[in-house]
Design a protein. Structure first.
Length: 357
């Protein structure tokens, strides 16, 4: 297997190295994922980077700074939000980058309390992504859980979603979770420290996660700080999340997993509640004569029907899980190529592997 021997310091370009890089890029862009045929026509061997490639999931509430964190650590350009609405709506990956002796890929996820994507969709997509990761024998070494220290009030929604996430991961993987507090610049230090203390010691937040081996970090919004967290995670031994383990048998799908059963239950409760609401509004409409009140009720019924349709669509967990798996397979192939490009030359800034699904 041919390797490009020269590796110069990142960012230092010489004309020769630049040419070498271009050569590496053009050869890897067409051949990276293609197998290399051996001289005697024996079965082709797929080309792999010589350095281990490890994946780290980045999760957390909407606006906690997931995409910005990935951008800082990997010098990617994933879109970040500057308003109240959730920004990341799909799973995406930052550029692979070298971290010690490994190539690291950070995986961005939609916020767990996203305003535009339901948490059931988010978790189903994460489950789909990690199942494909496992099938492709890729190493998942860590989970970075971002939490904004300036969030004064954290609602029941967040805590419910944290529980769901822990069900997806399984207790034995929690030692590979890094809880990273962000937005320290937005609060006075003593207030931030007091929030941090609460997050660490409250059962409703991260107490049990920390007790099971998770570690807490402060992130100061710099590349150095992001890299420090990543290098801590990257050194960990690969893990198999509970949802990955539960999906090992080929006939199993998301609804056979602990988190899938829970998601199904949540969606069924929502559906039943909306059914009851609809019935109530329709009965009220039948007994109302005043045109203004009828108009209002009809509008409420229309909105409730829409919500019900959304919940029914979200209930198609298996379909969404399968779709994500298919998309993830294609994306991981592209990332394989990007990792080879990275290994072949100093193409850290040039490789384009911001992938969206
Ligand atoms: N002050 C400060 N601002 C930050 C920090 N991290 C992110 N931000 C800003 O917070 C906003 C939201 O950041 P994003 O990276 O889009 O957050 P996200 O978690 O990806 O959000 P969703 O994709 O909507 O779930 C952006 O304006 C960032 O520039 C931080 O550590 N400190
Ligand atoms: Mg984002």
């Amino acid at each position: 297997m041919t390797r490009h021997p020269a590796k110069s310091v990142q960012g230092k370009f010489s004309p020769q190295s630049s040419q070498r890089t271009k050569k590496a890029q053009s050869s890897t862009s067409t051949k990276a994922s293609a197998p290399i045929a051996s001289a005697k026509g024996t079965p082709a061997i797929p080309r792999k980077p010589s350095k281990p490639v490890v994946y780290i999931l980045v999760v957390g509430a909407t606006g906690s700074g997931k995409s910005s964190f990935i951008n800082r650590a990997s010098r990617s350009e994933l879109p970040v939000s500057d308003g109240l609405r959730s920004c990341t709506r799909t799973i995406q990956m930052g550029k692979p980058f070298l971290c010690g002796s490994k190539i690291v890929v950070l995986v961005d996820t939609p916020g767990l309390d996203n305003t535009t994507v339901a948490e059931t969709d988010v978790l189903t997509r994460i489950a789909g992504f990690v199942s494909t990761l496992r099938e492709r024998k890729k190493d998942l070494v860590g989970i970075i859980f971002l939490h904004s220290i300036s969030d004064v009030r954290v609602g029941g929604n967040f805590r419910g979603n944290l529980k769901l996430f822990m069900k997806l991961a399984g207790d034995e993987c929690l030692k590979n979770v890094g809880i990273v507090t962000t937005m320290w610049g937005d609060v006075p230090m003593n207030l931030g420290a007091s929030h941090e203390k609460e997050l660490k010691s409250d059962e409703l937040f991260y107490k049990s996660l920390l007790a099971k081996g998770g570690k807490m970090f402060r992130y100061d919004n710099t590349e150095r700080s992001a890299r420090m967290v990543v290098s801590y995670e990257a050194k960990k031994k690969p893990i198999t999340l509970r949802v990955q383990r539960e999906l090992l048998a080929p006939e199993k799908t998301i609804i056979d997993t602990t988190v899938g059963i829970e998601l199904k239950r949540i969606l069924e409760n929502r559906r039943q509640q909306l059914d009851r609401d609809l019935q109530h509004f329709r009965e009220e409409l039948a007994g109302t004569a005043a045109p203004v009140s009828r108009d209002e009720l009809q509008e409420t019924i229309r909105e409730t029907e829409e919500q019900l349709n959304t919940v029914v669509r979200q209930g198609q967990l298996v379909q969404m899980w399968k779709e994500t798996k298919d998309t993830a397979a294609g994306l991981l192939t592209q990332t394989d190529s990007s990792c080879l490009v990275l290994e072949d030359g100093e193409t850290f800034h040039e490789s384009t592997c911001c992938i969206v699904m």
